[in-house]
Design a protein around this ligand. Sequence first.
Ligand SMILES: [Zn+2]
Length: 377
Amino acid sequence: MRAAIIFFAIALLLSGCQMPVARVPSTSHSTLAAEIRHETGDILEKYVTARQRLLVIGMPILSANASLCPRRALSPGFIVYSDFDVPYPLQNVARERLNLTRDAVVLAVTPRSDAWHQGLRTGDIIVTMDGKPVRNAANFRARAKKIKNEQSAVFGIVRNGRAFNLSLPFKPICNYPLVYMPSIRDINAMTDARKIYVTQGMLDFASDGELAAVIGHELAHAVMHHIPKEDANTALLKLAGGVIDGLVDIDLTEKLLDAYIQAWSAPFEKEADYVGLYLLARSGSDIAAAAPFWRRIAAEHGMSAVVLPSHVLRTHPDSPERFASLRAAEAEIMKKAESGAPLMPEMAGTWNFGARFSWWSDTSEDDDEPDDTDLNH
Ligand SMILES: [Zn+2]
């Protein structure tokens, strides 16, 4: 003990004497302030670009499958945002980097929607809706939410100082807002049957085709009512916010999942893969990208993805099984597409697509604002 105290005292003394001797050039406060603004602007651009990519890839899947989804909303085919919609620390550079102000600026246009066909673009400003001024993105969302029937609205738009009108229809869309999770590096995506969450790690890892497949898979969990009743497994819902995906965060699954979930989960994952591929096909996306994703996951995660160790609860099928099943589903879908048959998954029993959860009340319709406000880099 005494020796240890002497050792630490000497170490402290030595480190106290040791000083850097190189003459590092000094920097001014204003140089640093400018660099802070620059780097904050870079973070903002990355954040907005990621959200746009998620929306552009995901929105066609949400649109094409509206009739199959338990939760539906009406969408004009585009999403707006204002400066207050980006995380707070990024708001003060929003104007100079992205020309983003309090106005309702188009963040993303759904590919192949009416808005897209009529040429609405990212960056356009929505200034009026049916003749009344649109003050900002929140004001726009509140008014769009009041639309209850499939109807058109006339939008006053400003692009580069030039004003014009577009008449665009509100059409049904699966109401599972796509939430970007910028601070999570795990390759993961999940759903709580209200929203679909995609991590930064997934966006970094997945190609556009793979990201579409992941969104199709998550949407399939919602379409097939995989999220248990709130009282059926509160632990899973509370801790993970829904169904855990993206394969193996082994620590998390070990802590979380009991035998019930083990029995419950793996077959449902296979079903989500299968139905998700149909949802993807129905949106006109390339279904061939889904299966190879699992080969890449295996290469990323190593043997734990290929043969799950015996001590790990099998919450997900392993990657070879997922690859092979998806390839078989792909062949089934291609055959239907070639013969012009409807692109609907094969069901062993009856399934009422588009029916609401029996345990939902209408009061459970919450706000659908994206809540991706955390940014902890
Ligand atoms: Zn899943």
